[in-house]
Design a protein around this ligand. Structure first.
Ligand code: TRP
Length: 329
């Protein structure tokens, strides 16, 4: 038995795209046989910026069903919604009192997200304390995150350290795990930028729930490079390299094999093959998604998920409560 405990938090906002699938969701699915893997849809983090209530509720369901459709098995992994487990807010409050204004003020994401806004919520500033609670409640050893979240995991470690040195060993020190290069998907209109859900140009990204025909068009009109050879060369051919990466990920054929296969073929023929593969993937994925979201089982899966989560988180919360001097009941 492996003692690895992996915690991933996913915000229910924006549309997940094939870049998120290849770079993150697919890696989670591959890792779910190793240790305990926890997936939390962080709706409480989402409201740190304005949200439309109806959309937030829909997105929370949508992202949960996407995770399941991608292959996360609720019998092996934990999947639940953050606001269903009150322990997160409760430990978040305690950690608030052990983190300083100065520490939170150094968070780059806070600076970026608050820059130029008329209204900046206290929640946005305090976001990392809640994230620290998410992680520390479960004895998490690994947090798979993008570069942008690394600083928040470092802060989580600082909070754990502060609490542990004051009250004795309570929280496990988590480590951020940044996915290796490779499997990185770039924008279809600017292959020097990452595929992004906030890209103002809708042709840059392909949503997981997007019409497969529209996805096909986006691939066919993706920016390519000068020359005519299908070569994996990020420096000189970022557009083609990006498409090779996408094709390799969806077809499970190595990039080297693909280069051989498309030797002598032109960009048009190559793009058609990529478009076919992406279209096939989306059709299959969306079928599973429709089955899950139409099955009426989602709410029960989330309910069972939070029950299991609570069994782990609650003793940890009570341990922390006791250490700070709260009366047990
Ligand atoms: N802040 C993360 C993001 O925006 C989401 C998140 C919340 C998270 N809690 C977490 C990620 C705990 C990892 C672990 O992407």
């Amino acid at each position: 038995m492996n003692n690895k405990i992996v915690f991933s938090g996913i915000q229910p906002s924006g549309n997940l795209h094939i870049g998120n699938y290849i770079g993150a969701v697919r890696q989670w699915v591959k890792g779910q046989n190793d240790g305990l893997n926890i997936f939390c849809v962080v709706d409480m983090h989402a409201i740190t910026v304005p949200q439309d209530p109806k959309t937030l509720a829909e997105k929370t369901r949508e992202i949960s069903a996407i995770i399941l459709a991608a292959g996360i098995d609720p019998d092996k992994s934990l999947l639940f919604v953050q606001s269903h487990n009150p322990d997160h807010a409760n430990l978040g409050w305690v950690l608030n009192c052990y983190l300083s204004m100065g520490q939170l003020n150094r968070m780059i994401q806070y600076k970026e997200k608050s820059d130029g806004k008329d209204f900046v919520s206290v929640g946005l500033f305090d976001y990392p304390a809640l994230m620290a609670a998410d992680i520390l409640l479960y004895g998490t050893t690994e947090v798979p995150v993008g570069e942008d979240q690394k600083q928040h995991v470092e802060l989580t470690r600082d909070a754990a350290q502060k609490f542990n040195s004051k009250y004795g060993q309570t929280f496990v020190m988590p480590a951020p795990v940044i996915p290796k290069e490779g499997g990185r998907v770039m924008s279809l209109v600017d292959p020097l930028k990452k595929m992004s859900k906030s890209d103002p140009n809708p042709n840059g990204a392909i949503g997981l729930l997007e019409d497969p025909k529209s996805a096909r068009k986006k691939i066919m009109s993706a920016v390519t490079d000068s020359g005519s050879e299908v070569k994996y060369d990020w420096e000189n051919k970022p557009g083609i390299s990006n498409l090779l990466e996408i094709l390799s990920q969806f077809s499970d054929v190595s990039v080297t094999e693909l280069e051989k296969k498309f030797a002598g073929q032109n960009y048009g023929q190559f793009k058609t093959a990529v478009a076919d593969e992406v279209e096939k993937f989306l059709i299959g994925f969306q079928k599973k998604y429709a089955e899950i979201s139409g099955s009426g089982k989602l709410d029960n899966i989330l309910k069972a998920g939070v029950q299991k989560a609570y069994q782990i988180s609650h003793p940890k919360l009570l341990e922390a409560y006791k250490k700070v001097g709260f009366l047990g009941q």
